[in-house]
Design a protein around this ligand. Structure first.
Ligand code: NAD
Length: 518
């Protein structure tokens, strides 16, 4: 009864509901501008996390299919890299318009395959769309430099593309993270082979369809699927010059070391444990609402989720109010009106998260709010975990040391700001940290002394917009060039520097000069 989606509009039939789909369609490869059904023998089932009904399958693309995608990307590169910057800009304008027109369709695919609420899925699309919008300014961004360096002599420096790039994406932002690479890779004149997460490739397939409709020539963007085998193919394929990876430390450290050993550029954004410091002089209402939203939104499955709270001094008295706010959140299927958070991605993820909550009790912490076993009435088979708050947590406990990636807030206490800063700086991760305070000097001290690379002052999830870059540090990143913004363009390009002597006939030398010019 399975229907392979042969056509361009591969996912347009996704409903805006969690009802069982009668004929789930398999994801196809997208190679050389065509949606090609895979000849895979191994498939990854994709379930609606709210019901665990099958909604699609992703193939483990075969070695021939993977090679065909790189062949197409390598063949498209020479001509694409020579297209004018203004024609690439026009395609970006089209792409932005089409993403806007297909916003709900993209978001529906995300809610169905990934689980987050429909409103939050729209935000997922928006944050990717903004990168595509920033790529519309590519002629300005790629302006080079030019300097007269001697008589009749000038040096020009400008950026050129690298060739074939690969992007390997995680499950938690099915639109935003593919869009961290698609617009910037292609606008800079490179070609791209993208592997979405095998758990929710639907949004990427729509983005590929829209890229074609926007005018991206065949082969400039290809999409392949799979898990470890596809990643190993990418890591070892010599024609791939650079890899953008976003995902866990386990996968990312492996990808960074093997990709780098094979001579590729690798940028890898990894896991996190983001802390919020709650100062007693903070605006309580703003701070508590911001912390609850950022800890539990997207069921905590954001790399910038505020998963750790450090109360300072008397702000610990506010914990019962924080717990009440968390209790008030509605956990439900992502298409349900009023849902604040949906399920987590899989039954295995739920089990792992509940195991970490369990470990907290064994380690001597206190479960102030327990979301284990929560089941919305309409969705008894989904992977739901209710908002959970664990207090009396200390570094060294498993629930503190590990990234939980679920709707769980762990709470530590510090008597002073210095103590809070030292807790955060001793953590291995460095994606983000926030402080809630109404004191300028306190905020300034925090900003100066805190190590993580993205800081929020009364802002819970300080992810920079694409005119800046995503600047996590420490164990939240491998490689040293950040995603999107100026750094993202640097990652996808290399400099050519040209020194020219104009009017060579004016040169006065009569013999070869063998010394360095002094
Ligand atoms: P993941 O590492 O399991 O998967 C990411 C990608 O790597 C997928 O495409 C997957 O197929 C592949 N992969 C998985 N295991 C692999 C292995 N052993 N070898 C080779 N490839 C492998 O990550 P996920 O669960 O999809 O995403 C969640 C993680 O991503 C969290 O740790 C989160 O913090 C992180 N993340 C980080 C950022 C950031 O910008 N720092 C953003 C989003 C997510």
């Amino acid at each position: 009864s399975r229907v392979v989606a042969p056509c361009v509009r591969a996912y347009s039939s996704y409903p805006m509901s969690h009802d069982k789909i009668a004929n789930p369609k398999d994801a196809t490869n997208f190679i050389n501008g065509k949606f090609v059904p895979s000849k895979a023998t191994k498939w990854f089932d994709i379930h609606d996390p709210a019901t665990n009904n099958l909604v699609s399958r992703a193939p483990q693309s075969t070695p021939e299919e993977l090679k065909a995608a790189v062949d197409a990307a390598a063949a498209a590169y020479p001509e694409w890299s020579r297209t004018t910057i203004l024609s690439r800009q026009q395609i970006m304008f089209n792409y932005v318009r089409l993403i806007r027109e297909n916003w709900d369709r993209l978001a529906a695919s995300i809610t169905l395959e990934q689980g987050k609420t429909f409103e939050d899925a729209k935000g997922d699309v928006l944050r990717g769309l903004q990168v595509a919008e920033s790529a519309c300014a590519i002629p300005h961004q790629l302006l080079g430099t030019n300097l007269p360096v001697a008589k009749n002599m000038e040096t020009r420096a400008y950026r050129v593309p690298l060739g074939v790039i690969a992007s390997i994406c995680p499950f938690n932002f099915p639109a935003m993270i593919p869009l961290w690479s698609i617009p910037l890779v292609t606008a800079t004149g490179n070609t791209l082979v993208l592997k979405p997460s095998e758990r929710d490739p639907g949004a990427t397939m729509i983005l590929a369809e829209l890229a074609k409709e926007a005018g991206l020539p065949d082969g400039v963007l290809s999409v392949v699927h799979g898990g470890h085998d596809t990643v190993d193919f990418i890591l070892d394929e010599p024609r791939i010059k650079a890899i953008s990876f976003v995902g866990s430390n386990r996968a990312g450290e492996y990808i960074h070391s093997r990709g780098s050993a094979n001579g590729k550029r690798v940028q890898a954004n990894l896991g996190a444990k983001n802390h919020a410091v709650l100062m007693p002089e903070a605006n309580k209402n703003h701070a508590l609402n911001a912390i609850v939203g950022a800890a539990f939104g997207a069921a905590g499955q954001r790399c910038m989720a505020l998963s750790t709270l450090v109360t300072v001094g008397d702000s610990k008295e506010w914990m019962s109010e924080l717990t009440e706010l968390a209790k008030g959140l509605k956990v439900n299927g992502g298409f349900e009106k009023g849902a604040d958070l949906g399920p987590v991605i899989s039954p295995q993820a739920r089990e792992r998260i509940e195991g970490l909550i369990e470990s907290a009790t064994a380690d001597g912490a206190t479960i102030a709010l327990d979301g284990r076993g929560f089941r919305p009435e309409k969705y008894p088979n989904g992977n739901f975990v209710g908002p959970t708050i664990i207090t009396n947590v200390k570094p060294g406990m498993k629930c503190y040391d590990e990234e939980i990636f679920g709707p769980v807030l762990v709470v530590l206490h510090a008597e002073t700001l210095d103590e809070a800063i030292s807790i955060i700086n001793n953590n291995r991760y460095g994606n983000g940290a926030a402080i809630f305070t109404n004191s300028g000097p306190v905020a300034a001290k925090f900003e100066r002394e805190i190590e993580p690379g993205q800081i929020g002052i009364n802002v819970p999830i300080p992810v920079p917009l694409p005119m800046f870059s995503f600047t996590g540090n420490k164990d939240s990143i491998r490689g040293d060039i950040n995603f999107y913004g100026k750094a993202g363009l640097d990652f996808y390009t290399q400099f050519k520097t040209v020194t020219s002597l104009w009017r060579a006939e004016d040169a006065t030398e009569t013999r070869a000069s063998v010394v360095m010019p002094t």
